[in-house]
Design a protein around this ligand. Structure first.
Ligand code: PLP
Length: 451
């Protein structure tokens, strides 16, 4: 059990509001910690002194740490809502969260209605194979083969609860305690938690500035006999960078060499929720074609603007080492992680929408609008070729201080340290173009503050 200490307590309307913190710890930027375990107690008027000083926490020690370090991005989002209430929504420029602003294609809702109207209800709403509906998996395999010249069948596809569900399934499938998983900074910080879920060890590779392509020299040095997997996310959150074909070829070559050296497979996990969001005709290499031990995690959260519906899939090609065991274990992992199966109606709906796409041109317009303005104001940005994020160099070494300065002008963005890359900030431009235009004055003031 962990003991928390009372940092501050104040009486509001007959109640005592207490903020609990772990002793002498200070992390993650003050505002997060202030919210850590805020409790409210009835004040007993018969006692002139309030004797609460210590409290025993019953949640797991691991969870105390997670709650404390809870997502900076989400905390920013909450902050944005508070600021909108105080200053008026039109005067707050919230670029903190990667929630699609483009509506799902109309066909998605139409197909859902059609399925509900026309198909047998117990089929639509019932249990199925833990891997997902066969017809859906077969349709996805066929569509991938048409797009990428692959030769998948339904046995290579496992439907998942988004990309996050897919990553947890495959990490549970692969990791023994102490196994290492390499990720290239900056990266989506949930990878740290997903790897820790299965007692793995995340091994970050430092950022390659200014291109933000993976740093392959350091990558090579960080592969050890314990390396079980490498996560690659392209188009990338948070940089918007698309890893080039040359980078992928070189990365595959290193993995081949290291597999020979260590005598076992190293799985390349391609986390692809942003695959369809690429601009200027940039090609996003399909990684199974470059390295046999590739497992792809896909999601419809961004490609069809369905993040709340929690639907995606894993591709486990025949070529991966120990294919049958990996597939069988991933199906069991889907069940025993408590997903049981991906949402049935959503599976059936996406299978009817495989040729549908979100309106990428809307994000592209936002990208150009913001990028041009930021460059004009003297900000330095990584070349944003994909996803809906811009990765901007902070105007001072402390990215959190820069984020705090931006907040003074009502601009909300996420510090790069939340992605294991201090000195930068992430701006999510999946917002309305009107908000981007309204924010220009605030960005001008921010640039001015550093002149
Ligand atoms: N991976 C990356 C890089 C992401 O940015 C996200 C979500 O933003 C996810 C995975 C999780 O996606 P999903 O909503 O499909 O679970």
């Amino acid at each position: 059990m962990s003991t928390l200490f009372c940092r501050e307590g104040s009486v509001f309307g007959g109640r005592l509001e207490v903020h609990w913190i772990k002793e002498k710890e200070s992390c993650c930027g003050g505002y997060l910690q202030r919210d850590f375990l805020r409790m409210s107690y009835e004040v007993d008027k018969r006692h002139d002194k309030i004797g609460i000083k210590e409290k025993t926490v019953m949640i797991a020690k691991k969870m105390v740490k997670y709650v404390e370090g809870s997502s900076v991005t989400r905390a920013m989002f909450e902050e944005g809502k508070k600021m909108a209430a105080e200053f008026g929504a039109e005067n707050v420029y919230d670029f903190s969260l990667g929630n699609p602003s483009v509506e799902p294609p109309k066909a998605v809702a139409e197909q859902m209605k059609k399925i509900l109207d026309e198909r047998q209800p117990n089929f639509v709403h019932g249990y199925m194979n833990n891997a997902g509906h066969e017809e859906v998996r077969a349709a996805i395999a066929k569509s991938l083969n048409e797009k990428f010249g692959t030769a998948f069948t339904e046995k290579n596809i496992i439907m998942t609860v988004g990309a996050a569900g897919g990553l947890n399934v495959i990490l549970k499938t692969l990791l023994d305690p102490g196994d290492e998983v390499i990720a290239f900074a900056p990266y989506f910080s949930e990878y740290n938690n997903y790897v820790a879920n299965f007692d793995g060890v995340i091994v970050p590779v430092s950022p390659n500035i200014p291109s933000f392509q993976p740093n392959l020299t350091e990558f090579k040095e960080k592969i050890t006999a314990k390396t079980k997997a490498v996560i690659v996310n392209t188009p990338n959150n948070p940089t918007g960078v698309v890893y080039s074909e040359d980078t992928i070829k070189e990365l595959a070559k290193i993995l081949e060499e290291k597999q020979k050296e260590t005598g076992h497979a190293i799985y390349l996990l391609a986390d692809e929720p942003y695959r369809e969001l690429a601009y200027d005709g940039v090609e996003v290499p399909y990684l199974t074609k470059y390295f046999a031990n590739t497992i792809v995690g896909y999601s419809y959260s961004k490609s069809l603007s369905l993040p709340g519906e929690r639907i995606g899939y894993l591709v486990i090609p025949d070529e991966v080492d120990d294919f049958h065991s990996v597939i069988d274990a991933a199906v069991v992992a889907t069940r025993i992680l408590g997903f049981v199966n991906a949402p049935s109606l959503q599976q059936l709906a996406v299978a009817q929408c495989l040729n549908e796409a979100t309106d990428v041109s809307a994000y592209d317009r936002n990208r150009k609008l913001l990028y041009d303005k930021l460059l004009e104001l003297g900000f330095e940005c990584a070349k944003p070729e994909g996803a809906f994020y811009m990765w901007v160099k902070a105007k001072e070494p402390d990215d959190k201080a820069f984020v705090a300065k931006a907040k003074e002008f009502h601009i909300l963005m996420v510090p790069g340290s939340a992605f294991m890359c201090p000195g930068y900030v992430r701006i999510a431009y999946c917002v309305s173009p009107e908000m981007i235009r309204r924010s220009f004055g605030a960005f001008e003031k921010l640039a001015e503050a550093y002149r």
